[in-house]
Design a protein around this ligand. Sequence first.
Ligand code: ADP
Length: 213
Amino acid sequence: MPGLHNTLAYERTFAMVKPDGVMRGLTGEIIRRFEQRGLKIIALKMVQPTLEMVDEHYPKAESWIDRLGEKTLATFGDYKLDPKEHLGSDDKHELGQQVRDWLMEYMTMGPVVCMVIEGVHACDMVRKLVGDTRPLMAAPGTIRGDFSVDAATAANTNKRSLFNLIHASENAEEAAHEIDHWFSPEDIHGYYRTDDSIAYGDRRHEDFTQTKL
Ligand code: ADP
C-alpha cells in the first residue's frame, strides 16, 4: 500500500482566518469545520501582516485584477445598479485595481491566523467549505454563508473590500506559493491522526513526519 503522502489527490492547501474572522472570535469554529471534515491542520500561526506581506500574497497579474472588477460588475448587474453612477467607473480593470487597494487595508486591519491543511483534494475541499467569495452568494452551511452577509454593492459604495472571514488557496500552485510565503519548512508538522486509518485503510505504521509530497 503506498504511503498516504504518495496517494494521488492527497494534497496541501493554505488558509487564513482574515482580521474580521479573528476579531469576531471565529478562529476556533473555522478550524473545527476543517478538522471535522477529516482535513488535517499541519501548521498554524497568528501573524500581524504588513502591507508588503499582503501585497506579496495576492497576485498582481492583470487577469486576476480584472476578475476582482468583474465580481463588482456582476453584483451591480444582479441588482440593476449602475457602477458608473455609484463608483465612478464601469471599467473592470479600474474597479479591480481599486478593490485590490482596499484589500490591502482590510488584510492589515488586525492579526490573521494562517494554516496549512492536508487531505484528499484539500484545495477543492477547503474552498467548498469556505463558500463563494461574496458572502451574499455563499450557500448556507459554508463558513462564509453561515457567518457573513457582505456584498460588493455594500462594500464598494463604502470604499472597502468585501469582508468574508477567510482566505483559501484556489489551486495547488497557489497553495505552494502561499505556504512558502507564510511558513518555513520547520513550521510544518506531519502526524498520524487516529481516523486516518479508518478513512484510508490502516495507516498506523506509516511515517507521517515525511510531510513533503
Ligand atoms: P477568494 O478570496 O474567494 O479567492 P478573490 O481571490 O477573487 O476571492 O478575491 C480576493 C479577496 O478580495 C476576496 O476574498 C475579497 O475579500 C476581496 N474581493 C473580491 N472581489 C471583491 C469585490 N468585488 N469588491 C470588494 N472586495 C472584493
